[in-house]
Design a protein around this ligand. Structure first.
Ligand code: ATP
Ligand code: MG
Length: 137
């Protein structure tokens, strides 16, 4: 079994979509391993998205990620990393397939409602970024 890190981003939390998104994740047979809500600090958001430091959208991305609380969770299934990326849909909701979370919920390329780890290495780093081993059920 594989695990991935999900973030329900500020735009979705602010619009009361946390329950709707978790309902879909459970329907899609992801097991919830851990969940917490937090309001990221600037330092936490910059560290999380360190791979994008220097890109033209970085400052706006960090400001958006700290604009309201987020809900971070760990999801598990046979192929969780790829399955969740597929279920999220494209970064830009205009390009997201029907039935994906971003097709249904995202507002824009930046305010795109969810994050998911993009590789096994990212998943390991991102899960450890938010959760202690003792918090993973
Ligand atoms: P995430 O890493 O959040 O799962 P992703 O892997 O689909 O999304 P990345 O290329 O890693 O996309 O970009 C990280 C986040 O930065 C995007 O989800 C989006 O919120 C924001 N972002 C990326 N590109 C742009 C852009 N051109 N304009 C505005 N925001 C952007
Ligand atoms: Mg990414």
């Amino acid at each position: 079994l594989e695990r991935t890190l999900s973030i329900i981003k500020p735009d979705a939390v602010e619009r009361n979509l946390v329950g709707a998104i978790f309902a879909r994740l459970e329907q899609q047979k992801f097991r919830l391993v851990a969940i917490k809500m937090l309001h990221l600090t600037k330092e936490q958001a910059e560290g999380f998205y360190a791979e994008h430091q220097g890109k033209e959208f970085f400052a706006d991305l960090v400001n958006y990620m700290i604009s309201a609380p987020v809900v971070v969770s760990v999801l598990e299934n046979e192929n969780a990393i790829k399955n969740y990326r597929t279920f999220m849909g494209a970064t830009d909701p205009a390009a997201a397939e029907i039935g994906t979370l971003r097709y249904e919920f995202a507002l824009s390329k930046r305010q795109n409602s969810v994050h998911g780890s993009d590789s096994a290495e990212s998943a390991a780093r991102e899960i450890a970024y938010f959760f202690a081993d003792s918090e993973l059920c």
